[in-house]
Write a protein that binds this ligand. Structure first.
Ligand code: ARG
Ligand code: ZN
Length: 531
């Protein structure tokens, strides 16, 4: 471990020299807050955070939950997520309680397909209490006597299915709903879950460096939802896997003067006197882990990007001048990435900057969340790139996460190459990455487990894999592979095998062999010769 740390330090020093990075290696921090700690222990974080940089894996240093000044909060009793598979299984076996993801078998639920979530939620930030009804429009994909949703904590007062009261039971994160009348295969149905309480952060073994889900930052008086991978179930019941994407309406009511920033477009703001309801519409399909709600004293800054895309950024009140300049390249980045992959997938984009320090930002759909300490050009490019790769085109399983992070770690270097030329940062960084990966024998990206889901195999060997592919097939074929892969799977999901097939189709069997070696083999392949 020491060796890795040393190597990473050298690597970050090189990268810093390469000027991409201002923040060298953060020290491993542990899971936020003692209060979040659970009886069962998330795996200890020995590993240094994944990368410095492009993506820097953020941990939010701030405790999400501290004792409220008044109403004492209950101790989170939350158990960590249930059972996760130790050994990735090759096949996904879906059931009522889970889709059989190799790393998170209980996430998602078979038997239905969600079309739309309507989340009506009233938040009381001082005590961090919520009272909500989430209404789910779905279609049965088999006859259903009962069905499951993923939902952790909070207290449910009522569930209806097509307007009739339904029975329900809970077991960990599995909420089983038994409608009064069975649902026929293919039938559309609507279920509404009414609940309240204080949302508890999720302890997820895939992200031991942070709590996830609905997070309250007491000192800064903000709330932010950061869910990847499993945190969405901390605040609304859902089919918690990217294999079932849906559109969203969020009606979030907060006391004056709090402001709410969420995914999509702000369709309406309703003044209720003491409270305001912010109605956010996400009209394109979204995975539940990409849903975000941010509540605090934010100020909005609007500009128009390419193709009329509305860029709306939310900054801590009074600090627009401090942050807006950093986000100015966003419009040009959108044009640049569009030229490689195809049009930006949504009508709007923007960032919400939180007045907290942390090491990672998150690519929440159309509104990336940045801690104030992660606002830098490479991270801005990284989260933007995720809107194509990650959000529109999502990994079929969590073990395919390199399809998100490897690409989003490499593309900021393409942006840098576009602006500064290849010698400035791209080539030195890839050289340093190779030294590091070969020296530390960083394991391959496509076979990661929960213990290195957001670590070096993904953030360092991942982008290096793409760079190696590029060196072997040449720029023309490489960019053709990128664009074709995106075009083919945009709006849905793809597996590592899907990507390799596209690469082989356009780049030949050499490309397949190279990718197999880089993605699956323990041994680090030689750095491709360039001419
Ligand atoms: N996907 C994010 C990024 O690299 C951060 C991932 C780690 N954090 C998390 N909560 N999953 O931009
Ligand atoms: Zn990322």
């Amino acid at each position: 471990m020491k060796k890795i740390l040393t190597a990473l330090l050298i690597l970050s020093a090189l990268l810093a020299l390469a000027a991409c990075q201002e923040e060298p290696q953060a020290e491993p921090t542990e899971a936020p807050a003692a209060e979040v700690e659970s009886p069962t222990e998330a795996p200890p974080t020995e590993e240094p955070p994944p990368t410095e940089e492009p993506t820097a894996v953020p941990e939010l240093t701030e405790e999400p939950m501290e004792e409220p000044t008044e109403a004492p909060m209950e101790e989170p009793t939350e158990e960590p997520m249930e059972e996760t598979a130790e050994e990735p299984a090759a096949e996904m076996v879906a059931s009522q309680s889970g889709l059989g993801d190799p790393l998170y078998p209980l996430l998602g639920n078979a038997g239905y397909d969600v079309q739309h979530y309507t989340i009506d939620l009233e938040a009381e930030p001082q005590g961090n209490t919520i009272a909500a009804t989430t209404t789910i429009d779905a279609q049965a994909t088999q006859a259903l006597d009962s069905f499951n949703l993923d939902f952790a904590g909070l207290e449910i007062s009522e569930i209806t299915v097509d307007g009739e009261t339904a029975e329900f039971s809970r077991d960990g994160q599995e909420l089983t709903v038994t409608p009064a009348t069975a649902i026929a295969d293919g039938a559309a149905f609507t279920t509404a879950v009414t609940y309240s309480g204080v949302p508890e952060p999720i302890v997820d073994p895939g992200v031991p460096f942070t709590a996830i889900g609905w997070l309250r930052f007491l000192d800064e008086d903000i709330i932010s939802v950061i869910s990847e991978p499993s945190g969405a179930m901390s605040w609304f019941p859902n089919n918690n896997h990217q294999l079932d994407k849906a559109t969203y309406t969020m009606r979030i009511t907060v006391p004056e003067p709090y402001v709410v920033a969420a995914n999509g477009e702000l369709a309406e703001t309703v003044d209720n006197g003491d409270t305001t309801t912010y109605v956010w519409e996400m009209d394109d399909l979204m995975a539940s882990y990409l849903a975000t709600v941010n509540i605090g004293a934010f100020e909005r800054d609007d500009t128009i990007g390419p193709d009329g895309i509305l860029l709306r950024n939310y900054y801590p009140a009074g600090r627009i001048d401090e942050f807006a300049p950093a986000f100015e390249p966003t419009a040009e980045m959108i044009e640049f990435f569009s030229s490689i992959l195809g049009p930006y997938p949504y009508d709007v984009y923007g960032a919400v900057v939180l007045p907290v320090d942390g090491d990672f930002a998150l690519e929440t759909q159309t509104l990336s969340v940045f801690p104030q300490s992660a606002v830098d050009e490479m991270t801005i490019a990284h989260e933007l790139m995720h809107q194509w790769l990650g959000n529109s085109l999502s990994p079929a399983t969590w073990q395919d996460i390199w399809l998100n992070e490897g690409f989003s770690a490499y593309f900021p270097f393409l942006w840098d190459e576009h602006v500064n030329g290849p010698e400035a940062n791209l080539l030195p960084a890839m050289g340093a990455y190779y030294e590091f990966v070969a020296g530390a024998q960083v394991p391959p990206p496509a076979t990661v487990g929960l213990d290195n889901l957001f670590a070096e195999p993904i953030y360092v060997r991942g982008p290096l894999t793409l760079h190696a592919l590029r060196l072997v097939v040449g720029d023309e074929v490489f960019f053709d592979i990128m664009g074709t892969y995106y075009e083919r799977f945009a709006g849905g999901t793809a597996s590592t095998a899907d990507f390799i097939d596209v690469a082989a189709e356009l780049g030949g069997e050499d490309a397949r062999e190279l990718l197999n070696a880089w993605l699956y083999e323990a041994e680090v392949p030689p750095f491709p010769e360039t001419e």
